[in-house]
Design a binder for this molecule. Structure first.
Ligand SMILES: Cc1cc2nc3c(=O)[nH]c(=O)nc-3n(C[C@H](O)[C@H](O)[C@H](O)COP(=O)(O)OP(=O)(O)OC[C@H]3O[C@@H](n4cnc5c(N)ncnc54)[C@H](O)[C@@H]3O)c2cc1C
Length: 417
């Protein structure tokens, strides 16, 4: 099989890039060793996070640092041995989180965040996936009145970004989510972010985009990207069944596993991972949850999804292949049960996923400096579902030599090499 472009990785990032390339007249094959959408894109909290204009930075104030030092917080937990292993990466993350550097990252990402909903909307309409989308925004809530007051001030400080939001007192919150009523004494108030959309089944969304790609003449190949070979005229990859695809250009969109290829061809890019879990639950009583809600102090999300109420956790720093550790999920579940009538778990084993993260909080989107026809599109961290279609567009515009809708330079791999 010969193709113009081979995209490695059929998560939300790879599938979105493949669609944008196809739309620009290129023949594209997508390859994945597993089911399309079955990686990190399977298990996220489903927020198309238009309101997240400031990336998640490393805390620099003494209060949060002391709190995390005890390692008993729910929003971030870590394996101390692993923290030592990734200390150089953490130091870079800390450095990029200075106010000036954070502003730089915010400015670079803003065009992509601003385009996130409209780029999804185009694909949702063409893919016939509107039934997977809720147009109600999401709600952050606070239990501690001081944290609530600070959050209100923070939300108002974002007014230059033109976000639509509504500050909620506890009664407003209950009017939107009455299922919390019996336990509402614990909630001081919240903020309703109105621009974002939410997805009721992230796997189904990636598959709907994948089907759109296949309907447009795209091909899917089940293959392990580790077998990629550099040829005189481009690249080749052999599938498990012996089919060989030859491509002039290649896109690495393997999410947290992208290092498998960029290291193989000689690049050293500081891609690390932040782990996260999810589990679905029933709801014991009360009106059903209708918005995705975020307990900002404990760092978990409760999202009404196809399989039940999906609880997703905050960050766990532990080796990518270390066994799952239930501590964080149990802490979150305990916190959630104090406020919401969470029922029994739907599945026996919680899902564990890996967020692919760069220390400067920006994905890598652009050409590999020392190889013609090798392109990168990975490292979308906490916002890969949000940014997949916008980053696919930015990549495709560069690959096709078209004017780009955002400055691509802050995303180029050159910054690390
Ligand atoms: C708990 C949690 C909650 C999150 N919540 C949100 C949210 O609400 N909103 C948001 O925007 N983002 C969220 N994220 C982040 C988001 O899910 C990720 O940024 C995004 O899914 C990354 O997509 P990807 O396509 O780069 O990676 P993946 O989805 O992991 O896709 C990579 C693909 O590469 C394939 N692959 C890997 N190795 C090989 C190989 N050797 N050969 C062939 N194929 C291979 C995998 O099978 C996979 O299909 C969350 C993440 C977590 C963990």
């Amino acid at each position: 099989m010969k193709t113009d472009i081979l995209v490695l990785g059929a998560g939300i990032v790879g599938v979105s890039a493949a669609l944008h390339l196809q739309d620009r007249g290129r023949s594209v094959v997508l390859a994945d060793r597993g089911e399309p959408g079955g990686g990190t894109s399977y298990g996220n909290a489903g927020l198309i996070e238009r309101s997240s204009v400031i990336p998640y930075s490393f805390p620099r104030q003494i209060g949060p640092l002391l709190r995390y030092a005890l390692n008993n917080a729910a929003d971030v937990r870590y394996d101390p041995a692993y923290l030592l292993r990734i200390a150089p990466w953490l130091a870079r993350y800390w450095w990029h989180s200075s106010p000036a550097n954070l502003e730089k990252a915010t400015r670079a990402l803003l065009p992509l965040v601003e385009a996130s909903v409209s780029e999804h909307d185009r694909l949702i309409e063409r893919a016939g996936a509107a039934h997977l989308i809720r147009e109600k925004g999401w709600i952050s809530f606070y239990k501690n009145p001081r944290r609530y007051a600070a959050a209100r001030a923070d939300a108002e400080s974002l007014s230059p970004f033109g976000l639509s939001m509504r500050v909620l007192d506890s009664q407003d919150f209950l009017a939107l989510e009455p299922a919390f009523a019996d336990r509402a004494h614990g909630i001081a108030g919240g903020v309703h972010w109105l621009d974002p959309k939410t997805v009721t089944d992230p796997l189904a969304l990636t598959r709907a985009y994948m089907d759109l790609f296949l309907r447009g003449g795209g091909k899917f190949l089940t293959a392990d990207a580790s077998g990629l070979r550099e040829e005189k005229s481009g690249w080749s990859l052999q599938s498990g069944t012996g089919d060989i695809v030859e491509a002039g250009e290649i896109v690495v969109a393997l999410g947290p596993q992208s290092g498998r290829i960029f290291r193989k061809v000689g690049y050293s890019i500081p891609l690390a991972i932040k782990r996260g879990y999810h589990r679905h639950y029933g709801q014991v009583d009360g009106p059903p949850l209708t918005h995705s809600v975020v307990d900002e102090e404990a760092g978990y999300v409760l999202a009404p999804m196809a399989r039940g109420v999906r609880l997703t956790t905050g960050i766990e720093f532990a080796a990518p292949d270390a066994p799952a550790n239930m501590i964080q999920l149990r802490r979150d579940e305990d916190y959630a049960r104090q406020l919401f009538p969470l029922g029994e778990p739907v599945e026996q084993t919680p899902w564990l996923g890996l967020r692919p993260c760069l220390p400067d909080m920006r994905p890598v989107i652009g050409p590999a400096p020392r190889h013609r026809g090798l392109w990168f599109n990975f490292g979308h961290a906490h916002h890969g579902l949000t940014l997949g279609p916008a980053s696919g567009r930015l990549l495709a515009e560069q690959m096709c030599g078209a004017p780009t809708f955002a400055d691509p330079i802050p995303f180029h791999p050159h910054r690390f090499l």
